[in-house]
Design a protein around this ligand. Structure first.
Ligand code: HEM
Length: 154
């Protein structure tokens, strides 16, 4: 029996997690870079004329907890670190000031932050693809759900 059979965390074996981390490492993605990315991205979000007020309306002036949560989130997404456990969908569904077009703005700011900070073009691409996928699923959850919870086809 394989040595890692019982070492399954979040559906991945220890070996698979090590492979993901090695691939991320080769692109220059580690916790230190993700921390920098999150700090820089949300400092841009905060001063954005459209997104800034949405965030400030939710979290006021105390960005510490949000930034820590987002660093854990990105470590889990990009490094499969398993350090984030939250439920982004209901959190976003409660944000009634958000419009569909805000997602393009969010993604544009994220892309620009990656272009300015990413250690390699591969890192920028790897993180952007993941942000786009998650944005799409949040957008569907926020704007294409009918009252019975089933995505509408409209
Ligand atoms: C229109 C675009 C978006 C807006 C306006 C928005 C806004 C927000 C706000 C206001 C919060 C709550 C902050 C707090 O109370 O701490 C939040 C949380 C969060 N957002 Fe977004 N967001 C957007 C897109 C995204 C995208 C594309 C991602 C992922 C790639 C994302 C990931 C998260 C996560 C992980 C949390 C923390 C959820 C939790 O565990 O509490 N958001 N967002």
């Amino acid at each position: 029996m394989a040595g890692n059979t019982f070492a399954v965390v979040h559906g991945y074996s220890a070996q698979k997690r090590a492979q993901i981390r090695a691939a991320a490492d080769a692109m220059g993605i580690d916790e230190a870079y993700l921390s920098r990315l999150v700090d820089e991205f949300y400092s841009r979000v905060r001063t954005d004329a459209r997104l800034g007020p949405i965030f400030v309306g939710e979290i006021g002036d105390d960005w510490g907890a949000h930034l820590a949560r987002m660093k854990a989130f990105w470590a889990s997404v990009a490094l499969n670190a398993g350090v984030y456990s939250g439920k982004p969908v209901p959190v976003h569904q409660k944000l009634d000031r958000v419009e569909r077009s805000d997602f393009a703005r969010w993604l544009g700011l994220f892309r620009a932050t990656l272009d300015d900070t990413a250690p390699t073009p591969e890192a920028a691409n790897y993180l952007m693809v993941r942000a786009e996928r998650i944005a799409r699923s949040l957008e569907i959850a926020m704007f294409e759900r009918t009252s019975d919870g089933i995505p509408s086809l409209a």
